[in-house]
Structure formats: C-alpha cells, structure tokens
Design a protein around this ligand. Structure first.
Ligand code: 6AU
Length: 270
C-alpha cells in the first residue's frame, strides 16, 4: 500500500514538481513536521522560523493575523525558507467564487501567490474555485505552487464530512496537476476495497489537530497524537501551539519531529 512507500521514493516518482520537492525536503531533513506559526508580529514570526527551520519541512502561516505586516515580512520569510530549506504554506482557506479567489490569491496587500508554495481551499463553493486557483498558477511565473483541498476539519461539529469529503477527493482527481493533496485527518484516496493506492495517484495528506499532551482547547479544537495521525495515513503533521506556545519551542519541535519520524519509519516497516 502507499503507506509502505518512502518519502525518498515519492520524491522521485511524484508527478508534481512541488510535491517532489516537499518529499525530498522531508527525506533530507528527516522530518514530517509542518509548524503552524500562528504568531501575530513579524518579529515573532521570523524568529520562530529561524529557530525551528532546521526541524521542519513546512512553515504554515496565517499572514492576515500579523499586526505589522509589510511586504518585508514575507520577503524575509522567503529568505529564511531558502536558508533552512522548508516550504511556506499560507493557510488562507479560500472559499469564494473563482473571480474573487483569483484576486485574493494573486493580489491585494498580501500577494500570497508571490511567496507561498502551498495554499489551501475549501470546495464548498464547488469545483470552480480549484479551476480559478489552478489558472492563476498556470498564468503566473512561479512553478513551485500547489493546492491542498480542505477535505475535513478538526473542530467540534465540523460539517466537512461525508459527501463534502468525497467531493473533495473527486475534485482533486480532476485537478491533479495543481492539487497536491488534502488537509484531512486520515488517508482519503486509497481504493476503498483494497486499501491500496490508486495507480497514478499520490495525494499528500496534511493532518492538523496534533498534540502530544492536550486533547483539545476551549474553542472546539480536537487533538490526536502524532502516532495516531500517522497510523490513519498522515504524511505531514501540522503542529501549532504544541510547539510554539511552550517555554522551549525548539525542544518541542524536536520532540514532535522525533515522534512523527519514528511513526513514519514504523509504518514503512509495516
Ligand atoms: O495546533 P494548533 O491547534 O495550535 O493549530 C492548528 C492550526 C491552526 C488552524 O487554523 C489549522 O491548523 N487547522 C486547519 C488547517 C491547517 O487548514 C484545518 C483544521 O481542520 N483544523 C485546524 O486546526 O492554524
């Protein structure tokens, strides 16, 4: 099954250039951690990026929560990303009509297309949103860009389930060129009868709601452990407060990296 295929193998064989780069980073740095850097000033954002850079594959931002944002924020973040060899994922959760999301992705004050390798989108509004974002990528000059479909959510009472999740997979299959995978809590695209990977298909699963020590927060977030997420089919673990909110984020990042990598290795061994 796909879970027995290594990141190194996927780095060689994946049809999408950005996914190949992502798996190559994971293999080289031996980490499947995407840190969710939900910090609110440029200084904090850059300093956590610099400190955690060696231990992560992906740096996830919510750039609209930065109180002192200027283009310098993301210019500098790009430099740190190059230095430490990680990808940037802007967790913008696009959800509007095609015409609007194109403007939100390409332009505005944030110019997300210019600096974020990965973005995510909900397909609540239908397939057109993925068409629109794909076209922005095709018409732009940056080649290393990819989309994750938000197929499930970790918040209590989430409505992103059942038919919505199924439709997410169907839409991803029609847009393989730019949709590299899903934000989801489990493997979604394996053949339902055999649990085998569908030939020619290799979606990347980013799982959020990860904590070693907590079960949830006061606002409905629900957590599972790194090992549990990896068992369910995660490829990358998105960790926010579990890493950045403690007294020693570097030590926490290392602990999550070790837990995630160990679970990945034991899955490989089957
Ligand atoms: O680890 P936390 O709880 O501190 O942060 C989790 C991060 C936050 C959320 O906006 C995001 O992951 N998230 C997402 C994403 C990544 O799209 C989906 C979801 O279902 N749940 C979730 O927490 O930045």
């Amino acid at each position: 099954s796909r879970s027995s295929v290594s990141h190194g193998e996927r780095a060689k064989c994946h049809p999408n250039a950005l996914a190949r780069r992502l798996f190559a980073i994971a293999e080289t740095k031996q980490t499947n951690i995407a840190v969710s850097a939900d910090l609110t000033t440029t200084r904090e954002l850059l300093s956590i990026a610099e400190a955690l850079g060696p231990y992560i594959a992906v740096f996830k931002t919510h750039i609209d929560i930065i109180s002192d944002f200027t283009s310098d924020t993301t210019d500098q973040l790009q430099r740190v990303a190059e230095k430490h060899n990680f990808l940037i994922f802007e967790d913008r959760k696009y959800i509007d009509i095609g015409n609007t999301v194109q403007k939100q992705y390409r332009g505005g004050a944030l110019r997300i297309y210019d600096w974020a390798h990965i973005i995510n989108a909900s397909v609540l509004a239908g397939e057109g949103i993925i068409d629109a974002l794909s076209r922005t990528i095709e018409n732009g000059e940056e080649r290393d860009r990819g989309i994750l479909i938000l197929a499930e959510m970790t918040s209590k009472g989430s409505l992103a389930t059942g038919e919505y999740t199924k439709a997410s997979v169907e839409i991803a299959r029609k847009h393989k060129e730019h949709v590299i995978g899903f934000v989801a809590t489990r493997q979604l695209s394996a053949d339902s009868r055999s649990d085998e990977a569908v030939p020619g298909e290799d979606f990347v699963i980013f799982t959020t709601g990860i904590s070693i020590s907590s079960k949830g927060d006061a606002l409905g977030q629900q957590y599972q452990s790194p090992a549990s997420a990896m068992e369910r089919g995660a490829d990358f673990l998105i960790v926010g407060r579990g890493i950045y909110s403690g007294s020693d984020p570097v030590a926490s990042a290392k602990a999550y990296r070790d837990a995630g990598w160990e679970a990945y290795l034991s899955r490989l061994e089957g």
